[in-house]
Ligand binder design. Sequence first.
Ligand code: TNX
Length: 521
Amino acid sequence: NLNQFAKLVSVLFLLFPFCLSAQNISIIPQPRSIVKTNGRFELNNRTIIGMNNASLLKQAYYLKSELEKANGIAVTVDKDEVKALIDLQLVSADELPGSYHLTIESNKITITSAGNEGVFNGVVSLLQLIRTQPVGQVVNLPTCEINDVPRFQWRGFMLDESRHFFGKKKVEQLLDWMAFYKLNKFHWHLTDVDGWRLEIKKYPKLATAGGIGNKTDTLADAQYYTQSEIKEVVAYAADRFITVVPEIDMPGHATAANKAYPEYSGGSINKYPNFTFDPANEKTYQFLGDILKETNSMFPSGMIHLGGDEVSLGMQAWAGRPAIMDLMAKNRFTSLADLEHYFFRRMADSVISMNDKVLCWDEAADADLPADKTIVFWWRQNVPSQLQLALQKKYQVVLCPRLPMYFDFVQDKSQVSGRRWNGTLNSVSSVYNFPYKEFPADQLKSGQILGIQANLWTELVGSEKRLDYMVFPRMAALAEAAWTDSAGKDENSFNERLRADFVLYDKAGIYYFNPFDVSIH
Ligand code: TNX
């Protein structure tokens, strides 16, 4: 019996390394390549993070604080490299921004990249490997070598805070998850019909009067971000290598601004009162130019999104007014659309004169904007010709077609609240598989298409819980669609890895949709 016992022990002993190596390496988005080796690295409170360049201190402290939060392990940061057990290195290499190399050996972890952003991405991958380990003072990591490259440089998520306001804490939580999934562009829709959410010092009523109300309660106290709060969010995002892009929507969706300063309103039609700005009043351009100047000072992204969507809904209000007719006659405009494009070009010039790029929804591709300064967001999946027009005109393009990239649409037929487009669902799977196989590969590879983005419009999203439900887990699918080359994508594998993240959502108190158990809502 003793003999048998000894045999059993030796068998277990032999199997031990296999058990370790069988441990899954579960990262979302899936890295370009992972090679597992047969060993383990023990992470504990004697682990020292070092670096070959002091500019990496921030990334080192990010790793340290996340480790402390998630696993309760207190590692040390050292500016030096000599004692490093986790070594962060900037190296000279010719690689796409965001790329990195993560090597776990039994006695050392090394993360290298040509830039800080890539090192950060390597840190995030390491944190993802660690996250599934039990909370405790020691974590054993499987040794491996990961080489990783992003598919798209624009990996975006948009939040509409006009229709409903969620506030800094919720936004920072979203930024945390964006960082966790290597999403790097946060498009902030701050102005629209239901509320103006951005403090502008020169025109304080924009926030204090324009910020009153939301889609659910038109009399709710004013809700908006002060300029110092904006700067805090921008810095928070920058620490996570996320660029924040503000949107000041014009000349449509201007209702909240017009509530505060009715003198710049383009007038009303029954269904859309005060929906537009007035393109025939010179002072409108001054007013909006001032707003853009302050906006530019708050957001160092070098980009301002000017909207430009759905102007046709409200621009009949322009028709017939003498000042409008004069302006049209003077410029030989034959339609209100000509006037719309004239307005948009002038505002685009204001943005460009501050050295910013102009971002716009796909309707604005009709206006002749400077090709090298414009990024068009294609959202109308039912108007594919508009995407082709934008490409022909040599604009850069971000793909965010309503199907499947609008997160205000339902993801399952059982879902009660949310938008619908005939029978089509914006399921986790449909998000995962975007851009679809039919999408012309040469267009995707040309570099003119910067990437993809999901948009959460919030007319129907009135609470944080509802927000979570629409965003999770589709954000994870978005991330893999944006980061991982189509050759590296595997939906079954993604679903496995996603299940592991549900544990983290639960821990974080996220109210997510579970596509694997639709009986729970
Ligand atoms: C269209 S997308 C809009 C938004 C709405 C959204 C609802 C876009 C540029 N304009 O104002 O919130 O549909 O899905």
